[in-house]
Write a protein that binds this ligand. Sequence first.
Ligand code: UD1
Length: 381
Amino acid sequence: MRQKLALVVGARPNFMKAAPLMQDLRRFPDIFDPILVHTGQHYDHRLSQLFFDELKMSRPDIYLGIGSGTHAEQTGQIMIELEKVFLSSPPDLVVVFGDVNSTLAAAVVAAKLCLKLAHVEAGLRSFDSAMPEEINRIVTDRLADFLFVSERSGLVNLAREGIPNEKIFFTGNIMIDSLIKNLEVARKSDILERLKLNPRTYITMTMHRPANVDNRDALAGIMDGITRVSRRMPVIFPCHPRTKKMIDEFRLPIRGDGDALRIINPLGYLEFLKLQSESKFVLTDSGGIQEETTFLGIPCITMRENTERPATVEIGSNVISGTDPEKITRSANAIIEGSIRTGSIPELWDGHTAERIVAVLLEKLTGATATGIPAGSCKKD
Ligand code: UD1
């Protein structure tokens, strides 16, 4: 009997994690029947469809069209619609990715219907329960039957929370699979020419965390710091719709159309990869970008008080600056003046994570073994 797997995605950072797994599952058409369910949490073309096109992902088999709302509205609506889907045709395994509201919603629905659940990117912890993502991670990990861990800190966190060892698999960082697969094509993007930029002469910035953008003083403070940084080196800021909305709502006097600070629309996956890989450094509050810059060896200043991805700081090129404008400016100036933090690439961020996950699923769901899985797979220690 083929195993029916429902991969549930919803928001931008899910798509590049699901794409390589879907591709690898399709290598075993007699064993796996994977379907893609898109909750519609992200619905703007630039946050959703563009990524499907660039990652060459087939259209979702099921689109729930949930969209935006409060946390309870969004999570609740996804749960209601997903339950109908799973009741009408129960999958053998539900696979969720990362830490967004779609991840949590799908995990709860799967667990309550007694469906097996796999969490890709398990074990990450910021220890900051004011972050919605932290709640999503903790609950999802507690409910999952298969926890696929991206960096060693995840193993420690899950052990501390009492998750049984036999559920935990250290398979590496699946987002790096996508990055490695797409880097060559991304390098051909003409985004630098279009923005009239030369490599290493500009800073790439992203910011969308509620803690940074939903509060007027916090947002104004950070933007003040960024404006100061931009006087020394141009800042290119592809702006998330949430941030754009808050800048407008607070009527912040930010001029983002000059040469110094350029606020532009969100970019696609390939263009953004090119932009960040050629920049002097990156300023961000994203989780995934801390990992991508670590892999690319590009210095990263993370405008948060903590990170759930400590490997990027311990062995990567990431620095946690906090959100104080003085500290952001100081960290940025240090890099502009030549103090670069070089790092190395964490273990199992090697482009083979999806293969390792599929090998585990083959063995655990069917008793079969995969051939050609790279050595050092699925470390349990
Ligand atoms: C979500 C994730 C966050 C992830 C981010 C990546 C949660 C709790 N948060 O945050 O972890 O880093 O995605 O982008 O799941 N909006 C649009 N168009 C869209 C989607 C959203 O305009 O396609 C606007 C809406 O005004 C919406 C706001 O952005 O209210 C926030 O969207 P939402 O999905 O709730 O959270 P993100 O901030 O995108």
